[in-house]
Design a protein around this ligand. Structure first.
Ligand code: KG4
Ligand code: ZN
Length: 339
């Protein structure tokens, strides 16, 4: 089982990606064809365009992943494909492609949950990491605090009540004129700003200490921008970016550490596109060091959408005997932990 080769396929949003992973931990290839340039023209992801671009690129991306790994389809033991959550038309391209290859070759098929993929990205560069551990998944569509009790076994402790963390980054970036995609741009500009310049609120959800809410923070930034405009005051973009980013990071770190303490967690893993944020990585590392908790995070290339993480998650599902049929369908709102 150790050396099983998994071909991963990911097309849930705006990256067309394929990868080959050996034994669940060793990435032999990781090809990502980003559509960011096209969607930037429209200020965000246009679902119809995303599906069309996935269709145009997917065959080429898979061929590229196989050739980079110096393997052919006959070497592949299973195909792991994201089947949800995500944009339905985008997901369908990857799912249809994976089913077609499986049907034509007889290679086993494993449907993978996108968030399970993000969490599993941590296994790639940390050979020692095994469940149980707590994980914070922060992406464009999700903000989940998860107790990973076993490979492929998840208990959701907290989630966002409104906007996802990445969504808040993207909306605030648009408001301060940085454009799409907002997260990396705020990350960069914030380095030149003062994180204590503006006192933006740290939102806490009273009913659940592990839940998040970012819409109030987003409104606070918009109100601040409006009031500056009305008073004729110059906006210091770097200060707004740094102060907003600090407010998000503070809440993410605080809730995560509370969950770690209350669950007696010894290990904590960051995941998702926002996990590539430099301020969050630094703050979470420092907090875990303070609390004496082992801290894990993927390299930035494995934080944002990629197919290596899907292949890794697929490997552990495959190892448990999970197989999907040719009736596998795209499920845009797939809940974590359904099988
Ligand atoms: O995981 P991901 O690639 O796609 C989803 O599953 O949603 O996450 C994309 C999100 C976007 O909202 C993007 O702005 C954010 O991750 N992001 C960042 C950074 N890089 C990507 N947010 C903050 N700082 C970054 N460096
Ligand atoms: Zn993602």
């Amino acid at each position: 089982m150790q050396d099983k080769l998994i071909l991963g396929i990911e097309s849930s949003c705006d990256e067309t990606a394929a990868a080959v992973v050996k034994g669940g931990r060793t990435v032999l290839s990781n090809v990502i064809s980003s559509q960011i340039d096209i969607h930037t023209l429209y200020g965000g992801v246009v679902p119809e365009i995303a599906s069309r671009k996935h269709t145009e690129r997917i065959n080429q991306v898979i061929r590229h992943a196989l050739s980079d790994a110096h393997v052919t389809l006959s070497d592949i033991d299973a195909i792991a494909v994201t089947y949800g959550p995500g944009l339905v038309g985008a997901l369908l391209v990857g799912v249809a492609e994976a089913k077609a290859i499986s049907f034509a070759t007889g290679i086993d098929l494993v449907g993978v949950h996108h968030i399970e993929g993000h969490i599993s990205a941590n296994y790639i560069e940390h050979a020692d990491l095994e469940p149980p551990f707590l994980s914070l998944v922060v992406s464009g569509g999700h903000t989940h605090l998860v107790n990973v009790t076993g490979f492929g076994e998840y208990e959701i402790l907290g989630r966002t009540r409104d906007d996802a963390a990445g969504e808040a980054f993207d909306k605030v970036a648009r408001a301060i004129g940085l454009g799409y995609p907002g997260g990396p741009k705020i990350d960069k500009v914030a380095k030149e700003g003062d994180p204590d310049a503006i006192a933006f609120p740290r939102a806490h959800v009273n009913a659940s200490a592990y839940d998040f809410s970012f819409s109030g923070l987003k409104s606070a930034v918009l109100n601040y921008l409006n009031s500056c405009e009305m008073k004729g005051e110059q906006i210091v973009v770097a200060d707004v970016a740094a102060s907003f980013q600090k407010a998000v990071v503070d809440v993410l770190v605080e809730n995560s550490m509370l969950a770690c303490r209350e669950h007696g967690a010894k290990k904590f893993a960051l995941a998702g596109g926002v996990a590539s944020n430099s301020a969050l990585r630094k703050a979470m590392q420092e907090a875990c060091d303070r609390e004496g908790i082992g801290f894990y995070m993927p390299s930035p290339i494995f934080c944002t959408d990629n197919a290596a993480m899907i292949a890794v998650a697929g490997y552990y599902e495959y190892e448990k005997g999970v197989r999907s049929g040719l009736d596998l369908n795209a499920v845009p709102n797939l809940p974590l932990g359904t099988r």
